[in-house]
Design a protein around this ligand. Structure first.
Ligand code: PDD
Length: 280
């Protein structure tokens, strides 16, 4: 695989970042995941705009322009022959060569790393046909989840708790209300209405969320953005999640409670279809 590191395209075994890099020592880094279908990037613009926002919120320099970023994405997709998969991008604050809680000086350059992941069959995934089983866990992450940082240890632990419970993923709960999935936004459907948590600092402002809500509106589906509890979601007709890496993923079980007949619901299936159609 060819990867990109600070201006260079290299074989993955030759790519290097300093051990003092603040991404490595402090999780002082932000990232984006952009999916690829039929060799084409999905919603690059949305991801580039969110990256800029994450960088601004953390007072981190932009490593390059949006056009340069697009060029790097396209070149990596081409060099690695990606038809279905994703491009991972990470910008870290870099380092002035030591470990220090204080941010390094203005002249320290951020480091920019990108790589591709080949995922043939992503659009037709058997997991989406089966639907996901989720457990709920307490949301103990920090308070700026709208910034897409690489502090992913707790979401990763949540995913492991789900696996150990024989499930696929975890939905997180704060003050009694569902925030989001470990790496996706969460929704349930009751009597034809789609319910999802409104945007705030408590959740990531999903790029797929925005696209899917627009498509749902265009398809005359009813949407309500409000706080909801896990008990409401357990009583739902159906549920689903959205993310760049899994598009629209139906959810068929929450904390052991089967939703509907235990297969992906019609609204989740329809949204997945129209999202994939529009993206291609
Ligand atoms: N995760 N919420 C969280 C906590 C996420 O990590 C993600 C994305 C989303 C969905 O955002 P988007 O639709 O822009 O992908 C919501 C990526 C895919 C990841 O960490 O791999």
């Amino acid at each position: 695989r060819t990867v990109y590191v600070n201006g260079e395209y290299l074989p993955e075994t030759e790519a290097k970042v300093s051990i003092f890099d603040r991404g490595f020592l402090f999780a002082d880094a932000v990232y984006e995941v952009t999916s690829v279908l039929d060799g084409k990037l999905i919603d690059f613009e949305g991801h580039a705009v969110r990256l800029e926002r994450s960088l601004n919120e953390l007072e981190m320099k932009s490593p390059c322009t949006k056009d340069e970023l697009l060029e790097i994405h396209r070149k990596l997709v081409e060099l690695n022959g990606i038809e279905e998969g994703l491009v991972y991008l990470q910008v870290s604050r870099g380092s002035d060569g030591d470990r220090d809680f204080v941010f390094p000086g203005e002249d320290t350059e951020p480091s920019l790393v990108l790589f591709t992941q080949n995922k043939p069959g992503l659009a037709n995934s058997p997991a989406a046909q089966k639907g996901a089983k989720v457990i709920s866990i307490e949301d103990i992450r920090w308070g700026r989840r709208d910034i897409k940082t690489v502090q992913l240890l707790y979401p990763s632990m949540g995913k492991m708790m789900a696996k150990k419970a024989g499930c696929d993923d975890a939905w997180m709960i704060q003050d009694g209300y569902v925030t989001e999935g470990t790496s996706n936004n969460a929704y349930y459907v009751k009597d034809g209405k789609i319910i999802t948590r409104p945007l705030s600092n408590d959740i990531l402002h999903g790029i797929t969320r925005k696209a899917v809500l627009r498509l749902a509106e265009e398809a005359q589906m009813q949407i309500e953005e409000r706080l909801f509890t896990i008990d409401e979601a357990k009583e739902a007709d159906e549920a689903f999640t959205t993310s760049a890496s899994a598009f629209v993923m139906p959810v068929v079980e929450i904390d052991g409670a089967t939703l509907g007949d235990g297969t992906p619901g019609p609204i989740a299936k329809r949204l997945r279809e129209i999202y994939l159609e529009e993206s291609r």
